[in-house]
Design a binder for this molecule. Structure first.
Ligand code: KG4
Ligand code: ZN
Length: 343
């Protein structure tokens, strides 16, 4: 008989190109977090190919779950609930995780909890920061999303700002492709930027609509493409490290600018970052410094918990479990699920 005060969640994440399963106890104690990345498969195409992602998830999902249980030294009988990402993401990719989670939930007669992927990214911060409790501000920067959120309570989110066009990670990926670095662009831009001058090229910093905390990155991306075209036409030498460093700095200035504005206006004393782009050390350092200068506590997950993983889904599923959230066997993948929306 399981201890009633201990909730062991098997979490599954398949929203994009990582097949991941984790066992998380009481939301913050990660017993295993197995991530099978498909990056090598997609690299040759310069981006994620949805059809390939779904097929690979099908091949890997059972193996990843078995490994997660083994590493946690548990069997399915020890598990109290199953948490799974049901949106947003690639529909075919999400469906693999959702179908698997439903099958396990049905077979074991254990509760099923559908989790919002962005809520998972936010909750990644709870795993290594045992003292972190809402309210806090969180900047979520990933390949599909750029959100500035006021985390009012567990499961309660007020979106202060979001991108009006490209997500920050998407802009990193597109610029990396344009300067011939390949996929995924974020880590490659970060690496080459170390040899570049962030002040070499003055790319624009878009500030959207006066009072809002919204973001825009497509103009910045176009400015890089225009710069590269102009260099080609004039026969001017392109220094990829300078282009990358200048672009990275422009993105960071915009992200940090909104973060600072929100901190000053809300007077919140805790600030967290999350999502794949938050693995970027220059971004982490810039926001950490801005927080320290203002006496604000700064939180960020380890890089492996910034990019897609199932442990963060297990953390989010736990707080939903405590709030009584239960999904039915009619749970479906919702590719454009909005944060705070339950379907
Ligand atoms: O959160 P994530 O793994 O997947 C989504 O939910 O989208 O984020 C992936 C994104 C990609 O666009 C990738 O280029 C970017 O995060 N990324 C980075 C870094 N590591 C990953 N961007 C900048 N610097 C990094 N070190
Ligand atoms: Zn993600």
């Amino acid at each position: 008989m399981n201890d009633p005060n201990t909730v062991r969640i098997l979490a599954i994440e398949t929203s994009c190109d990582e097949t991941s399963a984790a066992v998380v106890v009481n939301g913050r104690d990660v017993r295993s977090n197995i991530i099978s990345s498909q990056i090598d498969l997609h690299t040759i195409y310069g981006g994620v190919v949805p059809e390939i992602a779904s097929r690979k998830h099908i091949e890997k999902i059972n193996q990843v779950i078995a490994e997660a249980l083994k590493k946690a030294e548990m069997t399915l009988d020890d598990i109290d609930a199953i948490g799974v990402t049901y949106g947003p993401g690639l529909v075919g990719a999400l469906l693999v995780g959702v179908a698997e989670a439903k099958a396990i939930s049905y077979a074991l007669k254990k509760p099923l909890i559908g989790v919002h992927h962005i809520e998972g990214h936010i909750c990644a911060n709870y795993i290594e920061n045992k003292d972190l409790e809402p309210p806090f501000l969180c900047l979520i920067v990933s390949g599909g999303h750029t959100h500035l959120v006021n985390v009012l309570d567990y499961g309660k989110y007020e979106i202060l700002g979001r991108t009006m066009d490209d997500a920050a990670g998407e802009a990193f990926d597109k610029v990396a492709r344009a300067i011939g670095l390949g996929y995924p662009g974020g880590p490659k831009i970060e690496k080459i930027s170390r040899e570049g001058n962030p002040k070499a090229i003055a790319f624009p910093r878009a500030h959207v609509g006066g009072e809002s905390y919204h973001f825009s990155f497509s103009g910045m991306k176009s400015a890089v493409l225009n710069y590269l075209n102009a260099c080609h036409m004039k026969g001017t030498e392109i220094v990829p490290a300078d282009v990358a460093a200048s672009f990275q700095q422009a993105v960071i200035d915009v992200l940090a600018g909104n973060a600072i504005k929100a901190l000053e206006e809300t007077r919140m004393k805790k600030f967290a970052i999350a999502g794949g782009v938050s693995a970027n050390a220059t971004l982490r350092n810039a926001i950490q410094k801005a927080c320290e200068d203002r006496g604000v506590s700064f939180y960020c997950p380890s890089p492996v918990l910034c990019t897609d993983n199932a442990a963060m889904i297990g953390a989010a599923a736990y707080y939903n479990y405590l709030a009584g959230v239960r999904s039915g066997l009619d749970l479906n993948a919702v590719p454009n699920l909005k944060l705070g929306e339950v379907r």
